[in-house]
Design a binder for this molecule. Structure first.
Ligand SMILES: Cc1cc2nc3c(=O)[nH]c(=O)nc-3n(C[C@H](O)[C@H](O)[C@H](O)COP(=O)(O)OP(=O)(O)OC[C@H]3O[C@@H](n4cnc5c(N)ncnc54)[C@H](O)[C@@H]3O)c2cc1C
Length: 380
């Protein structure tokens, strides 16, 4: 068993870290205030191969493994978890299109997806179905040319901003087997968006409802086979959960690094606050928690890379453990900054707000426990 990163993996981490510090970190607060990420960032991301992390090299992607991808998201989140997490969604959609799309669809859309001239959103959640995603009701009825869509997707990251939407829609009966995946381009007739959601965190990412009102798409926009959409959507989520966990990890690590530095400078009662043993123990606890989170995350990613039969369970466990640990650590870091932690200038309060949603999306942390417990009961 070798826990060390390879030279190549270290280089991937370093490249993502340098890019994040150079191209994202200096602007993260301004983008948060503006409520959007400038679109000209994405082709730079695409040029590094970060828009197609696990699309095969044959198909023009970076051909990386899941563990490699977690390194990219951990490193980018040290600059801004909101921007990094948005990129994770694009990658999840890119992999779905590459794995399940037919040759004609891929020839048409993948060049833009790989360069990130085409930014993708993932549309599963609806106003009436979140955790119970298979209860989705957006309908796709067959027409002579393709499908006509009616319904609403809720909470869509990139709604009204992205260039195309990978959507789970109902083509058949109730339940997961009646769900298909379709590709809807921005500008399609009958496609519209709700107002921008006013959110606690992830504020640089636009979030909005995606609405279909007799929205016609061609049959060539069906991704893969009819009735398999729910399976495709869930396959994307194992990796998505690792990435979200990696985003919590990177952001929490950057908060801990900043806190360690701050505690050496800040004085109280005639000495730097890092000299209080009670606070040293809190630093140590955070270090232990993040190292455990990192090891667990990489173990789960290794399971997914190696098609282990319990990979889904491990991805769920890691997502819960790492996102809970990340949120706990950034909250403690805020506390150790005292009143300054509450001020935007110190950068910690943004991380508290950004990381909170990682415990809610890509499956809530309650649902992660449902997945784990179900597996335990089945295999006892
Ligand atoms: C900022 C943001 C961005 C998002 N981006 C996207 C996106 O891009 N695409 C997309 O498709 N979705 C997106 N989502 C939606 C997100 O995935 C859902 O909010 C999430 O899955 C939870 O669904 P819900 O909000 O409907 O909560 P509900 O499912 O209504 O859950 C409410 C509560 O009940 C608990 N609960 C539900 N069922 C069970 C159960 N069986 N056992 C125990 N507890 C349970 C939940 O854990 C939660 O605490 C986003 C959400 C947010 C907030």
């Amino acid at each position: 068993m070798d826990f060390a990163l390879s030279e190549e993996q270290t280089a991937i981490f370093d490249m993502a870290y340098a890019f994040g510090q150079d191209q994202i970190a200096p602007y993260a607060r301004a983008w948060e205030a503006a409520g959007t990420i400038p679109k000209d960032l994405w082709p730079k991301v695409g040029a590094l191969g970060f828009a197609s992390l696990y699309v095969s090299e044959d198909a023009g992607g970076a051909g990386l493994g899941r563990l490699d991808a977690t390194l990219v998201f951990e490193a980018l989140s040290m600059a801004c978890p909101s921007v990094a997490a948005f990129l994770s969604i694009h990658n999840m959609c890119a992999k779905m299109l590459d794995s399940f799309g037919d040759d004609a669809l891929k020839a048409r859309v993948m060049p833009g997806v790989l360069s990130m001239g085409t930014v993708l959103s993932y549309c599963l959640t609806e106003p009436g179905s979140g955790s119970d995603a298979a209860a989705l009701r957006t309908r796709a009825e067959r027409t002579n040319e393709g499908y006509v869509l009616n319904g609403t997707k809720a909470f869509i990251s990139g709604g009204g901003y992205s260039d195309a939407y990978v959507c789970m829609v109902r083509t058949g009966d109730d339940g997961p087997k009646g769900v298909s995946t379709v590709y809807v381009e921005d500008g399609a007739e009958g496609l519209s968006f709700g107002a921008l959601e006013d959110k606690m965190g992830w504020r640089s990412q636009p979030t909005a409802q995606v609405q279909f009102d007799n929205c016609n798409i061609l049959s060539g926009n069906l991704v893969g086979e009819e009735g398999k959409g729910f399976t495709y959507a869930m396959k994307g989520l194992d990796g998505g959960r690792l990435n979200i966990a990696a985003c919590s990890l990177g952001a929490a690590q950057s908060a801990l690094d900043a806190t360690l530095a701050y505690m050496g400078e800040r004085k109280a009662f005639g000495q730097p606050i890092d000299q209080f043993q009670g606070l040293q123990w809190r630093l140590a606890d955070m270090e232990i928690e993040l190292q455990a989170a990192r090891t667990f995350l990489r173990h789960a990613a290794w399971k997914l890379d190696n098609d282990a039969p319990d990979a889904t369970k491990f991805c769920a466990m890691a997502k819960k453990f790492v996102t809970d640990a990340g949120s706990k650590v950034v909250d403690q870091c805020l506390q150790l900054h005292g009143g300054y932690g509450y001020l935007a200038d110190y950068g910690i309060e943004k991380l508290v707000r950004d990381l909170r949603v990682h415990q809610i999306l890509e499956g809530t942390n309650e649902i992660m426990r449902v997945i784990v417990a179900r597996d335990m009961l089945k295999n006892r």
